[in-house]
Design a protein around this ligand. Structure first.
Ligand SMILES: NC(=O)c1ccc[n+]([C@@H]2O[C@H](COP(=O)([O-])OP(=O)(O)OC[C@H]3O[C@@H](n4cnc5c(N)ncnc54)[C@H](O)[C@@H]3O)[C@@H](O)[C@H]2O)c1
Ligand SMILES: O=c1ccn([C@@H]2O[C@H](COP(=O)(O)OP(=O)(O)O[C@H]3O[C@H](CO)[C@H](O)[C@H](O)[C@H]3O)[C@@H](O)[C@H]2O)c(=O)[nH]1
Length: 326
């Protein structure tokens, strides 16, 4: 298929673009490089630098796109609290513009990056897709709004849509890894300590109702997550919008993650207790049974040690290349 990957210069979009190429698809990437990196776009993609609102319509037409994988978004939760307008505009506004361009150019499939943040503080664990949608911050609220818009667009315009609700994505694939600046995610931050780029990691809250008092999250390897996108793309059904959680179904505390990072890196990684981070749910663990049943998806790299080891390999190589380049 001829596919457009929005946000294909970012962490997850670049890995999915690489896997789409490997599977024989023709891949176009549209990215404004606001948080992405030009060199992360796999070589055989057609790259267009620009914003969705400004350039999506033209790319859909010129590249005769048949399906869209939509990653481009703003995704820093604290920023969404201080500047919600950037999220309503950058996430909801841009996605509505993209959907309208798809309608105009007759593009019939979309796979969308949704998030566990739509569930807020869940009532039970693991979380199935029919759990209440009650986002606890504007980032999650914008993703939930897009999920709703997709349901309506699919019904009204016959588009086949899939929302994939990611839990905590980590790890690296074929030289493509996580490089956000500033970084807010736990595993890359902990690895920055091991690389000597930070003195310590702050542990946000040690009084949660969990085994060791720190928050529990479900970490999913970016390559496994990417594979689900290819399955979702193939399974889009005209007029239907389906929603799937993507996680491993196993939770790890912040302290457990830091311990695994110590094992993998051989570094002592000092950890300092800090206040809770506002809006953090105590436990977020996915039930991905629907994705396994309906998409035929099986995560092939579920071990946290493997996820951290792949991220560590990426970070050490990137650091070495940066040091060599001066
Ligand atoms: N990383 C996670 O753990 C996680 C978890 C849940 C959901 N998600 C979602 O997955 C998607 C990808 O996340 P990521 O971690 O790869 O983020 P990222 O910041 O690395 O990638 C996003 C990319 O989109 C581009 N972009 C942003 N706005 C744009 C616009 N208007 N037009 C064109 N390009 C634009 C950025 O330059 C960047 O390359 C996002 O939608 C995010 O909300 C991520
Ligand atoms: O320096 C840090 C960074 C994080 N944490 C803790 O580590 C856990 C994981 O935090 P991340 O920031 O890595 O990930 P989140 O669980 O906050 O966020 C992820 O899940 C969210 C859904 O809740 C969104 O989808 C978001 O995009 C995605 O990155 C949290 O308990 C957080 O408090 C620390 O203790 N110290």
């Amino acid at each position: 298929m001829r596919v457009l990957v929005t946000g294909g210069a970012g962490y997850i979009g670049s890995v999915v673009a690489a896997q789409l190429l490997e599977a024989g698809h023709e891949v176009s990437v549209l990215d404004d490089l606001s948080t992405g990196h030009r060199e992360a776009v796999p070589e055989n993609c057609r790259f267009v630098e620009g914003g969705i609102r400004e350039r999506a319509s033209e790319v859909l037409a010129d590249h005769r796109i048949e399906a869209v994988l939509h990653f481009a978004a703003r995704s820093v939760v604290p920023e969404s609290v201080s500047h919600p307008e950037r999220y309503w505009d950058g996430n909801v506004g841009c996605t509505l513009a993209l959907l309208d361009a798809m309608r105009v150019h007759g593009v019939g499939r979309i796979v969308f990056s949704s998030t566990a943040a739509v569930y807020g503080e869940p009532e039970s664990s693991p979380i199935p897709e029919d759990a209440a949608v009650r986002p606890g911050n504007p980032y999650g609220a914008t993703k939930a709004a897009i999920d709703t818009a997709l349901t309506e667009f699919a019904r009204l315009h016959g588009i086949g849509a899939v929302s994939l609700r990611y839990f905590n994505v980590a790890g690296a694939y074929e030289g493509l890894g996580e490089r956000h600046a500033p970084e807010t995610h736990l595993i890359p931050i902990v690895l920055q300590v091991a690389l000597g780029l930070r003195e310590s990691v702050s542990v946000y809250g040690e009084d949660y109702p969990t085994a060791d008092g720190t928050c529990v999250r479900d970490y999913i390897h970016v390559a496994d997550l990417a594979e689900a996108h290819l399955l979702a793309l193939a399974s889009c059904r005209s007029g239907e919008h389906r929603v799937f959680n993507l996680g491993n179904g196993t939770g790890f505390t912040v302290r457990q993650v830091i311990d695994v990072c110590r094992e993998v890196t051989g570094h002592p990684i000092p950890a300092v207790a800090a206040d809770r981070r506002p809006g953090d749910p105590a436990v977020l663990v996915a039930s991905s049974r629907s994705a396994q049943r309906d998409l035929g998806w099986t995560p092939r790299r579920p071990e946290l040690r493997r996820i951290v080891a792949d991220a560590w390999d990426f970070h050490t190589r990137t650091r070495a290349a940066e040091t060599a380049a001066g």
